[in-house]
Write a protein that binds this ligand. Sequence first.
Ligand code: DQA
Length: 157
Amino acid sequence: MKIVVIQGPNLNMLGVREQHIYGPMKLEDIHAQMKNFAEQNGVEIEFFQSNLEGEIVDKIQECLGDADGIIINPAAYSHTSIAIRDALSAVEIPAIEVHLSNIHAREDFRKKSITAEVSAGVIAGMGPFGYHLAMVGMIQIMQEIKAMQDAQQEQEA
Ligand code: DQA
């Protein structure tokens, strides 16, 4: 089972950027924790960060036939990108959207996420721990899908 983690614009600046909102942790440290947890659970994991909308669309498309689950923080594109939303919808791979901050408690323009509407679940406001929660949720979803597929195969045999 493989999870691809996709991080949107300005998340490469975590640890420097608006620490009062996003905290002091760097993206590579968040990813190191996720990698540890993935290893403990026998799950393959890949990380990708881009500041460019098209590159994020490309990465989502590349997940087709490669990933069983996507954990994504589209960052500002959550509020604007129909292209990222359509890509998530097109690949039909379960996705969990993560926001470090509670987007519902911030400016009005952040309260709506158009990408969340095509995600299996959303975690917001839990800081870096939200990525851990997303992994727990994604492993559960992937196991449920695999169990369903195994049962179907057994029926067909
Ligand atoms: C964010 C919230 C977005 O509104 C913002 O544009 C970000 C980060 C978060 O993780 O809280 O860049 O996605």
